[in-house]
Design a binder for this molecule. Structure first.
Ligand code: GLY
Length: 376
């Protein structure tokens, strides 16, 4: 009987319990999972620092909202979406959604993806313009299409068809002012030499970072949020405006399954912030989930992922004076048993990540693989 339930039927059942039960029946017909579903997992939500720091003028931050909804019985992905929507809509967070720093032409282009562990479904959008909440469009790709990723104009057209409001400009006065400052520092003659231009533009951005004009989390600003409920159902979402002042059309790791986010409902979830290209090259979120599948604790799994990035970073322009990666990248890792960790290439810059449990929201120190700072 259960095997006759289609995925479309699953979406129509309407309750988290129904979804989870039907999905378990479906997956039960396949090869046994490598980790057993734990009984009585303690619900938990984990995110990067922005999931704690921003409230968009409201009473709750991202992890608090998601945790309240999860423990109130909402579908885990619905809860995580409601959480990250707070960050996306907050104009003071300049690395995500509305007010995220724009690309080199001054246009805000957003990336996001989401994964539903029990349903084993996913969706993503990249280089989406005009919608403050790309995570919800990624969710619509997951729910309404047979596809996993829509990009650029096609993603916007899809969003319009799905009833999302399309705005002409997602800049805020702050993001526009910072873009103008960056533009002032970049010689227009760079257009004659694309390679030099891209390096100098990146360096101008790094200089503004060092001068404290923009926080690190805005340069590669992203929010990743993952959660688990008492039934051990696990989901995740990642959303971002991507690298500040990027080449138009550049998509980072955030919309790419396995890079900015990976969820296997039988194993765990991992999402990332930081230099997307390093993460894309290694598909590190996937790698970290696979490490957990082999029995690694989230912290050890995350550290192995960081070591992989470190060993694959060999281009001189990406190395600091010590021959180590000249960038930071962070992973937020949650396993099927509710164990978690926040790890980063460097224990410098953005130092903390967030969790929310029955004890409320708190910030915890990220575990760094390397000493010092990326630019040392
Ligand atoms: N991790 C965000 C980005 O590189 O776009």
């Amino acid at each position: 009987m259960a095997r006759k339930i289609s995925r479309r039927d699953l979406m129509k059942t309407g309750t988290a319990a129904g979804l989870a039960g039907a999905a378990a029946s479906l997956t039960g017909a396949k090869a046994a999972p490598t980790m057993l579903t734990p009984q009585g997992v303690k619900p938990l939500v984990i995110s990067d620092y922005s999931g704690f720091a921003y409230r968009n003028g409201g009473p709750q931050n991202c992890v608090e909202r998601a945790f309240e909804m999860i423990t109130g019985g909402s579908d885990v992905l619905d809860a995580l979406m409601a959480g990250v929507n707070i960050v996306e809509n907050d104009p003071t967070e300049s690395g995500v959604g509305y007010g995220g720093l724009p690309n080199e032409r001054g246009v805000v282009q957003l990336d996001s993806c989401c994964m539903h562990g029990p349903l084993k479904r996913a969706g993503g959008v990249a280089a989406l313009e005009g919608v403050r909440t790309p995570s919800l469009v990624a969710r619509a790709v997951m729910d309404q299409t047979d596809h996993h990723l829509l990009v650029g104009e096609g993603a916007q057209e899809f969003a319009r068809h799905m009833g999302f409001a399309i705005e002409d400009d997602l800049n805020t006065p702050k993001s526009r002012e910072l873009w103008l400052e960056w533009k002032r520092r970049v010689d227009p003659d760079h257009y004659l030499n694309p390679k030099e231009r891209s390096i100098r533009g990146y360096e101008a951005g790094l200089a503004m970072l060092k001068e404290g004009l923009i926080p690190e989390h805005s340069f590669w600003g992203t929010v990743n949020c993952d959660g688990i409920n008492a039934q051990g159902e696990i989901c995740g979402v990642t959303t971002t405006s991507g690298l500040a002042w990027k080449i138009p059309g550049r998509a980072g790791d955030s919309p790419i399954l396995g890079a900015g986010l990976y969820v296997d409902g039988d194993v765990g979830a991992c999402g990332s912030t930081g230099r997307g290209e390093a993460n894309l090259y290694n598909l590190t979120s996937f790698l970290i989930v696979e490490n957990m599948r082999r029995g690694r604790h989230p912290k050890d799994a995350g550290m192995e992922g960081l070591r992989r990035i470190r060993s694959n970073t060999i281009e001189e322009r990406l190395l600091n004076n010590r021959g180590e990666p000249a960038f930071n990248v962070r992973f937020f890792v949650l396993d099927k048993n509710g164990q978690y960790a926040g790890v980063s290439m460097y224990g410098a810059g953005e130092l903390q990540y967030a969790i929310c449990t029955e004890n409320g929201a708190e910030l915890l120190p990220l575990e760094g693989l390397l000493e010092g700072a990326p630019t040392d």
